[in-house]
Every structure is written in structure tokens, then in C-alpha cells.
Design a protein around this ligand. Structure first.
Ligand SMILES: [Zn+2]
Ligand SMILES: [Zn+2]
Length: 350
């Protein structure tokens, strides 16, 4: 079916194409097209789905380009709503795909890890977090059936690395990679260091920031653990995220072009609001942790966008990961500690 593409021209050789995400309340990914002297470059590509593909190609046509013209694909992070169609774009055009090394590693590992290894890891991790038997049983059943397919197993391996701090090799454009870990270990924002088309009208700030999922106008991105069955490093994704927020606020871009929702100005104000939100959330958790809790019990007690009973199975895993990321942060700040000898481990406020 022919797709109607509602592309937005942002000026200065920048467009956005809303590419639908099937069965997802987020609605769509904003794929950005950046014109270069060697042809259009895409920032993210959208979910791997036929309707999404048709919308992307129709969107490119509406921007006066064709998918076969695409010269390169810059991926803000490895999630399937951003990187899903990258491989298909490369097949249709011969474009290169670029990703930060840490997210390239996630793609490589996901492609190579046997689903049973991943299920073992999840079961071990959730057991340690205090998940109840009724949550663990489906994991064991799934492993016994041998039919599990991991999302991301078909994700494309990149051809190039996005190197933080460096200008990307794009003919006729000044686009700098800013490493913004937190939402994923290799998330990047891309700063277009060229005068904003409306700069002459008194718009404060410098250039435009393609912010991926790092900075969104109304949504707080999910911050969980950087799940890796083969790496026992105790990372601090929430700490990384908060640092990354400060980094993009310091850039003070005139406009932010995020991968979901809509473009907005005043990035520093949005960063302040998010920092405040996380401060309040951490303070709320400390109150809960006056009673020692496992990560699972903490997740149950935390505030989500709906009551815990209504949170579906897979989202509960994500919620526990988010609770653990917050616990890591509190432990690192010296505000909480593991109760010695507790198994599954319980945490308490200090
Ligand atoms: Zn994401
Ligand atoms: Zn996303």
C-alpha cells in the first residue's frame, strides 16, 4: 500500500520523516535526512517492518531523494526503532552504516549469543534480584522449548565507527559526534555546528542537536543496566546518563531534533527538568529503602506509568533493570548499601 509521508523540512538541508513503530505507544521514530555534497545521509532508520520501510522510502521521495541515493547512515544507538532498517537501506543503496563502538559491540554480541545463554543470564539475574517463582517459570519454559529468538539478532553490523568528539566525514557539513551514554552504552547525539536557519531572528544557542533518545521533549528515556551476559563490570548507567545530560546542556544548541515526538528549543531548560526529575526519583527511592528491599520489591514499589499489576511481563524485566540502575547510583553515591549476607540481596538507605 502506498504510504503518505508527512515529512517536515527543518531548513538548511535537514528533513524529518516520521516512520511508524508497530504496536508501540511511542508511535513513530523521526528519521532525519541530512543533505551532503555526496548525497543524503540518514540519522537513524526506523523499525524493521514493511510498513515502516514503505513510509521511509515514501518520505525520502517527498524530500526529493530516493533510497538508492543514500550515502550513509548514522545510528544514534542500537535500539530496533533506530537501527532496525539500517541493513535494508544499505542493501538498497550501498550506504555505509556508522555506530559508536560500544553499541556496535552490543549488536555483535546480540548476533553471536545463543538465545539459551541469554535466557540463563536473565534467569540468574532475576533470581538474584528477588523475582518470584511465577516470573521465573516462563523463562525456563521458553528455554526448554528452544524456540526463542532474540530481538536484534538480525541487526546490521556497522561499517564505520562514530568517534566521540570528532567531526564526521561528511562532505560540506559540520556534524560532530557527542558521546551520551546512559540510555545505551554507546548512545550518541550529533551536533550540527552550522548556524541555525533562524539564527538571524534572535534564536539563542548554537546549531542543532540530533538527540536520538537522549533528550526528548516530554519523555524520560529508559535507563536500565547495560545488560551483557559476558561482562561483569559494575557500570553506572544512570550516573552516565546524568553526566551526558550536563554535556548536551553545555553545548546549548539552538534547537533539538529528537528521534521521537517533536523538535524543541531551550535544551538547557529541558536538561534541568530531567535532572530535577531524577533527583526527586532518587529521593523517593531512599524513602522506600528505609525498609530493606530486593531490586524486585523496589521495582514493585516504584512509581510507573501504570500500576504494577498491569505492567506486562517483558516490561517488568525492564522495570527491574531500571530499579537496579537507580540502586547502583545510590550505592555509588554512598546513600544506600547492600544488607550484608542477604540472599537475594536487599538494599537499604544509609
Ligand atoms: Zn532507545
Ligand atoms: Zn527510541
Amino acid at each position: 500500500m502506498a504510504q503518505v509521508a508527512r515529512v517536515t523540512e527543518h531548513g538548511g538541508g535537514v528533513w524529518s520523516i516520521p516512520v511508524p513503530i508497530p504496536d508501540n505507544p511511542l508511535g513513530h521514530t523521526l528519521v532525519h535526512l541530512l543533505d551532503t555534497d555526496r548525497g543524503p545521509v540518514l540519522i537513524d532508520t526506523g523499525w524493521d517492518d514493511p510498513t515502516a520501510w514503505d513510509t521511509l522510502t515514501a518520505g525520502l521521495a517527498a524530500c526529493g531523494a530516493s533510497v538508492s541515493d543514500v550515502h550513509g547512515v548514522l545510528v544514534t544507538h542500537h535500539h530496533p526503532d533506530h537501527h532496525g532498517l539500517s541493513g535494508q537501506v544499505r542493501e538498497a543503496s550501498g550506504a555505509w552504516i556508522a555506530l559508536h563502538a560500544a553499541d556496535a559491540q552490543v549488536v555483535r554480541r546480540t548476533r553471536e549469543t545463543e538465545p539459551s545463554r541469554w535466557l540463563d543470564y536473565l534467569e540468574e539475574k532475576l533470581t538474584a534480584a528477588g523475582a518470584p517463582e511465577e516470573h521465573l517459570a516462563p523463562l525456563r519454559a521458553s528455554r526448554a522449548s528452544g524456540r526463542t529468538r532474540l530481538p536484534g539478532q538480525r541487526a546490521a553490523l556497522p561499517d564505520r565507527e562514530i568517534v566521540p568528539g570528532e567531526l564526521l566525514d561528511l562532505a560540506g557539513r559540520r556534524l560532530r559526534a557527542i558521546w551520551t551514554p546512559g540510555h545505551t552504552p554507546g548512545h550518541v547525539c550529533l551536533h550540527l555546528e552550522e548556524a541555525h536557519p533562524a539564527a538571524g531572528e534572535g534564536l539563542p544557542g548554537h546549531g542543532r542537536l540530533f538527540s536520538g533518545d537522549h533528550l526528548l521533549p516530554e519523555i524520560t528515556p529508559h535507563i536500565g543496566l547495560y545488560e551483557d551476559p559476558d561482562d561483569a563490570t559494575v557500570t553506572d548507567p544512570l550516573g552516565d546518563y546524568l553526566d551526558s545530560l550536563e554535556r548536551v546542556a553545555a553545548l546549548a544548541p539552538a534547537e533539538v531534533l529528537p528521534a521521537h515526538q517533536y523538535a524543541f528549543t531551550d535544551a538547557p531548560a529541558r536538561v534541568r527538568a530531567l535532572l530535577r526529575h531524577h533527583e526527586e526519583r532518587l529521593a523517593g527511592l531512599l524513602t522506600l529503602l528505609t525498609t530493606p528491599l530486593t531490586p524486585w520489591r523496589l521495582a514493585e514499589a516504584m512509581e510507573w506509568n501504570r500500576p504494577w499489576e498491569q505492567i506486562p511481563y517483558g516490561s517488568r524485566n525492564i522495570a527491574v533493570s531500571e530499579a537496579e540502575a537507580h540502586l547502583r547510583r545510590l550505592v555509588k553515591l554512598g546513600r544506600a548499601e547492600a544488607v550484608p549476607g542477604s540472599d537475594p540481596v536487599r538494599y537499604q538507605a544509609i
